[in-house]
Write a protein that binds this ligand. Sequence first.
Ligand code: GDP
Ligand code: MG
Length: 162
Amino acid sequence: MIPVIALVGRPNVGKSTLFNCLTRSRDALVADYAGLTRDRKYGEGELLGRKFMVIDTGGISGEEEGIDSVMAGQSLQAIEEADAVMFLVDCKAGLTPADEMIANHLRMRSKPTFVVANKVDGTNPDIALAPFYEMGMGEIFPTTATHRKGVRSLMEIVLERF
Ligand code: GDP
Ligand code: MG
């Protein structure tokens, strides 16, 4: 089985950076999976001898208000299509109301969810991660997607589930 992993989170947290990191290419875009819309980018990755698919949910403007903007249709669709969800938050921005709305949505789903605290670079991880633990969504995985840091440990845990 090739697990499908959806990357969700509010704009600017680093979803596309992590997508590129996991697929190792800016062009690892698979445009024509039958029946799937193009607002979502599908890429193939391989790590630790395992293949997987990643869905990047781009194109959320962030200009609308409330759950509709952060959980725009394509993100909801990606969550439905996925076997696991990586929920990205931003250590530099801290916990935001939009993060909490996404967390609430994910809690209602039974999908395995991994909270990824990106942009941990230049922070004290103990302090930066603490507010995210308050969401009560289990372990938080710190990453610096721009430097591929933490990604391997994260994927070890994710792939263990499949
Ligand atoms: P998206 O909107 O969630 O897809 O976010 P992007 O991947 O486009 O990243 C938004 C911005 O955050 C870009 O300028 C990235 O270079 C930056 N960024 C992504 N990951 C990191 C990180 O780990 N550390 C830092 N400092 N910046 C990052
Ligand atoms: Mg993006």
